[in-house]
Design a binder for this molecule. Structure first.
Ligand code: COA
Length: 246
């Protein structure tokens, strides 16, 4: 199990991956979002998608606001060309971050110096894991997954998937970069970028981490540096109360 340390979000300067329990967020956190975020939240059809969106963006604002010494409501965002959100306005470039959410869990990657990408997935049955891997992953990954016993294949697939998503999110391309263009290690092997057919992805220039962010979830983080050692932090369970005083 990862060594997550419960901590107050603060103005530390090191690389960090935060894990957040979204289940306690309640409705009060909606007010901290921008009008644009509130409008997007209201377009979700399913209440659980809306609630997860609201809670994860409120938690992101709390973490970034504390780090930058700004009220969470005052942060402004814009999208890079490939869609990756970044800080806008006076704090543009002050800190790089990435967000992922699934089920009741969010991950936030933070760094002052390099890009990061994070991905969390709630573990669930994956009857079509091999079909997806053969259709979208590198051939060597699909072959290795086929050798995993069926009983354990879904969790290995999800681990592999989060490693690959973390990489494309660090790059900022999202799924516009074909997932077959590079190869990562399969769990339970330590997370590593093994090979790449894309000039933007040098296996020696990325650090990959396997994460277990909360019960029933698997995750990964990628940092665009060969030597990244991010601290693993967990927001206290009553984090929404910090927004009232922030
Ligand atoms: C970005 C992407 C990888 C998200 O993956 P996901 O597992 O569905 O969702 P996650 O919770 O892990 O991440 C979502 C967050 O990633 C961030 N994000 C969005 N675009 C991103 C990008 N290009 N790079 C990095 N991060 C991105 C946002 O903060 C987003 O949060 P929000 O949706 O609440 O605003 C994926 O949706 C994607 O690639 N989208 C853009 C390209 C696309 O749609 N291609 C389709 C062709 S196949």
């Amino acid at each position: 199990m990862d060594a997550w340390r419960i901590a107050e979000p603060g103005a530390d300067t090191e690389d960090v991956v935060w894990t957040v329990d979204l289940s306690q967020a309640g409705t009060g956190v909606f007010e901290v979002l921008s009008e644009e975020e509130q409008a997007r939240a209201d377009r979700f059809l399913r209440a659980e998608d809306r609630d997860r969106y609201v809670a994860s963006h409120a938690a992101l604002r709390l973490i970034l606001g504390r780090r930058l010494g700004l009220p969470p409501r005052d942060l402004a965002f814009e999208a890079e060309e490939g869609g990756k959100p970044r800080l806008a306005g006076s704090r543009r470039g002050a800190c790089r971050f990435n967000l992922s959410h699934s089920g009741a869990r969010a991950l936030v990657g933070l760094s002052r110096r390099v890009e990061s990408g994070v991905d969390v997935e709630a573990l669930r049955p994956m009857p079509d894991a091999l079909r997806v891997a053969r259709g979208h992953f590198a051939p060597e990954e699909a072959r290795a997954l086929a050798e995993v016993l069926e009983a354990g294949r879904a969790s290995v697939f999800m681990g592999l998937w989060t490693r690959k998503e973390a990489v494309v999110k660090a790059l900022g391309t999202g799924l516009a970069l074909p997932l077959s263009r590079f190869e990562v290690s399969l769990p339970p092997a330590p997370a590593r970028l093994l090979a790449s057919g894309d000039p933007r992805l040098d296996p020696f220039a990325f650090t990959l981490l396997h994460l277990e962010p909360g019960p029933g979830t698997v995750g990964a983080a990628a940092f665009a540096a060969p030597d990244a050692r991010p601290a693993l932090r967990a927001l206290p369970g009553d984090w929404p109360r910090r927004l009232e005083s922030a």
